[in-house]
Ligand binder design. Structure first.
Ligand code: 5GP
Ligand code: MN
Length: 321
């Protein structure tokens, strides 16, 4: 959807609410957890009772963020006046926690920056031009005239750093650095956040890459790699992840589009897509039932792995010309 920012309605909804639930997308990244925590901490500072939840809880590499220990990995009971969904382009992406919360909340605020947002919910804070969901949370706090504390600033900066890959994406503007300046002035440690949320990798990922790199193939501007369940198990990795391999592939000069196919334990295939500016993988992901941005997107499609690759690679060759 195009931009729609109902600041006044969203602020009134949370001001009138006694209880608020915040959810985000499954397989949460730095922007998902950053926007979840930044908003949760700020609303608690305003005296609200806030629950924050995402299936599986906070991933280990983001546990250094303030308030991470308050994120629940499942919801059992409770009712909320307002649910805020952050950084999720559609309802399905909010997983079990999102479905549970939606059924037990009066109203839903949809706060997101994906161009593929499906316009679910009742009140919209959707800005596709925002570099991260945390940028929208920041703008909302400014609208609310809520001073940004050090913990809130750190959580919000984590989303800006990770979704822009360290301020290297095409959508970064001078305005982005205005927000960074405000968050750093509030005490957010840029270098530490970058090191921990963006750069640091466990050795198990190198073990995974050692196994997976022989599957890399480059043809017609499309570079691809395949990750099997065996690869993940052998590397001792429990999540279905490429650990950033798709970004490494996308950095190859001869490639215009990069894709990594990841086999899930149920046989379905998760795909991660990246592209150079001028080539839109967001639309391809949308066609495949997923979503994302022009330069970074993803979807989950039926297996087996080889059939998924045979279906998707021609679509990508079509846009990589
Ligand atoms: P990643 O490759 O890092 O998992 O995801 C890249 C981008 O695509 C992120 O913005 C993420 O939100 C989006 N994305 C990944 N998988 C899916 C999916 O299955 N559905 C939707 N709607 N978006 C996805
Ligand atoms: Mn995001």
């Amino acid at each position: 959807m195009t931009a729609r920012t109902q600041w006044t309605e969203a602020t009134a909804a949370v001001e009138q609410a006694a209880s608020i639930l915040i959810v985000t997308h499954v397989s949460p990244d730095g922007d998902a957890i950053g926007s979840l925590l930044g908003l949760a901490l700020a609303l608690r500072e305003r005296g609200k009772k806030v629950d924050a939840a995402v299936d599986g809880g906070t991933p280990d590499f983001l546990k250094f963020l303030p308030g991470a220990e308050t994120v629940r990995d499942r919801l059992k009971g409770g009712r909320w006046d307002v649910m805020v969904s952050v950084d999720a382009s559609d309802e399905e992406r909010t997983g079990v926690c999102g479905a549970f919360g939606r059924a037990r909340s009066q109203r839903v605020i949809n706060l997101d920056h994906h161009l593929t947002n499906t316009a679910f919910g009742d009140i919209f804070l959707v800005m596709p031009e925002a570099v991260s969901a945390t940028e929208i949370v920041y703008r909302w706090l400014v609208e609310m005239q809520h001073p940004v504390s050090q913990p809130v600033a750190s959580a919000l900066l984590a989303g800006l750093v990770t979704d822009t890959m360290g301020f290297r994406t095409q959508n970064v503007t001078a305005g982005t650095f205005g927000i960074v300046q405000a968050l750093m002035a509030a005490g957010a440690p840029l270098a530490e956040i970058t090191a921990r949320a963006l750069v640091a990798k466990p050795y198990s990922l190198i073990e995974l890459w050692k196994r997976v790199l022989p599957s890399v193939h480059l043809a017609d501007g499309v570079i691809s790699a395949l990750i099997t369940q065996d690869d993940l198990t052998a590397a001792g990795i429990r999540d279905v992840t490429d650990g950033g391999l798709v970004s490494l592939l996308a950095s190859v000069e001869e490639a215009r589009v990069a894709v990594v196919f990841k086999q899930k334990s149920d046989g379905a295939v998760e795909i991660s897509l990246r592209s150079k500016p001028g080539f839109d993988v967001g639309q391809v992901a949308l066609e495949l039932g997923g979503g994302g941005h022009a330069q970074a997107s993803g979807a989950t499609i039926p297996g087996p792995l080889d059939a998924a690759a045979a279906r998707v690679i021609p679509l990508l060759e079509g846009i990589a010309r």
